[in-house]
Design a protein around this ligand. Structure first.
Ligand code: 5RP
Length: 224
């Protein structure tokens, strides 16, 4: 079997789950490896309940036999484990390249801790590049023009067949393309979120707890 750093990260993350916990399941390829390892621990007798941040993660967890609960049946989550697209030294993140940013943020905000699981390519000195933003379909072209007026350029996320990518919430994703790194991501977030029709941005502030980083030489480091 070939070495897969995301699998090693997922295995390390699964060790953080304790008996009796309510666990938030992230989305994306790294979170998928975590879900597989969590399922192995459940099969060995670990008793937990999980809540998923996307239909894909929910379906996978169900298929692997992880007991699931509805978000509406719980008040808090003990531990959420999720990936990120970028994370800076202050643990500010950009998420949402998988399109699950709104549910991921809801889970993270309900959690006593969010452990972020990334390979070293996600570590950046400053956030920038692409910022996914979830937009309701009604009036989305007006929202697009308002974003443009604020100086935010980008494109609607599309599927391979050219149709709009639709989130699990029935919304669209507008991927803002930044020319460079952002000096003040919080100001960007505030400017974008105040527009009617914007559900949320992929900026995650003050949500990350421990960060498990996988390096391509095989080293796994957990940052407190
Ligand atoms: C999905 C996300 C993912 O966590 C993020 O895109 C990282 O995914 P991957 O582990 O596949 O790189 O935010 O909405």
């Amino acid at each position: 079997m070939t070495f897969n750093i995301k699998d090693e990260i997922g295995k390390e993350a699964a060790k953080c789950v304790r008996e009796g916990m309510i666990v938030g399941l992230g989305s994306g390829s790294t979170a998928t490896r975590f879900i597989h390892h969590l399922a192995k621990r459940c099969a060995q007798g670990l008793n937990i309940r999980a809540v998923a941040s996307s239909k894909t993660s929910s379906d996978l967890a169900a298929e692997l036999g992880i007991p699931l609960v509805s978000i509406d049946d719980i008040g808090t989550i003990d531990l959420t484990i999720d990936g990120a697209d970028q994370i800076d030294p202050q643990k500010q993140m950009i998420k949402g390249l998988g399109g699950a940013l709104v549910r991921e943020k809801i889970l993270a905000s309900m959690s006593h801790e969010m452990i972020v699981i990334v390979d070293e390519s996600k570590l950046v000195p400053h956030l920038g590049k692409i910022l996914p933003v979830e937009v309701i379909p009604f009036g989305h072209l007006a929202t697009f023009h308002k974003l443009k007026k604020l100086g935010y350029q980008g494109q609607w996320r599309k599927k391979a067949n050219g149709s709009y990518f639709v989130t699990d919430n029935g919304n669209l994703i507008f991927d803002i393309h930044f020319a460079g790194v952002r000096d003040n991501p919080k100001l960007d977030h505030e400017a974008i979120i105040q527009l009617p029709g914007i559900v949320d941005t992929g900026f995650f502030f003050n949500l990350a707890g421990r960060v498990i980083v996988g390096f391509f030489d095989g080293q796994i480091v957990t940052k407190a």
